[in-house]
Design a binder for this molecule. Structure first.
Ligand code: ZN
Ligand code: ZN
Length: 187
């Protein structure tokens, strides 16, 4: 029972932060019960209390390295993978983001990529990718994420690489890597 409620609390916190009082009335239990749940979730490192509200713990504040290649994350190309149970991991660029999806696949709930043109965070499953282009500002074979397919096509016309949807980009990256292309680290 308590376990189920804790999972639901995490679901609710994904939407936004809540006060213990709110949670108690949502579940129709006493404040004491909610505090006990919160304490357990805190121990598991999943939530934190700040200014009287409960929220999911910001894991990326601690994680400054790419989960795949350990390179420092600089924020221009970074990818955030949201995993089940409110956890998240970060990758340095779409190349490592796609690799991380492979690694965590069944645990991944959503992926945020940065659009190459605007740097705005976008839904990774809905992006267009240019994979294997001639330029590799981060990891190689490079991958770039675009919201706009036309921009992806223009980019690949100028700098090579294939324009692909999410699933195809995963496969193409895998294919290029199994060909044993050299992996260049950042310039
Ligand atoms: Zn990386
Ligand atoms: Zn990278």
């Amino acid at each position: 029972m308590g376990k189920e409620r804790k999972e639901k609390i995490l679901e609710l916190l994904k939407e936004r932060e809540r006060t213990p009082k709110e949670l108690a009335s949502l579940f129709n239990v006493s404040l004491m019960t909610i505090y006990r749940d919160i304490k357990e979730l805190e121990k598991e490192g999943l939530v934190e209390r700040k200014h009287g509200v409960i929220r999911l713990k910001e894991e990326d504040e601690n994680q400054r390295e790419c989960v795949i290649c350990s390179k420092d994350i600089d924020g221009r190309f970074n990818v955030i993978l949201f995993l089940k149970e409110g956890k998240r991991v970060q990758a340095c660029c779409p190349h490592c983001g796609l690799m991380a999806f492979r690694k965590f696949s069944d645990k991944v709930e959503s992926i945020l990529m940065k659009d190459f043109i605007t740097c705005n965070p976008v839904n990774g499953f809905g992006c267009w990718y240019v994979v294997g282009s001639d330029i590799a500002p981060c990891c190689s074979p490079s991958a770039f994420a675009f919201v706009d397919k036309l921009m992806a096509e223009r980019f690949s016309k100028g700098f090579g690489g294939k324009v692909l949807g999410f699933e195809e980009a995963l496969e193409e990256l895998h294919r290029l890597m199994s060909l044993g292309r050299r992996v260049y680290l950042s310039l």
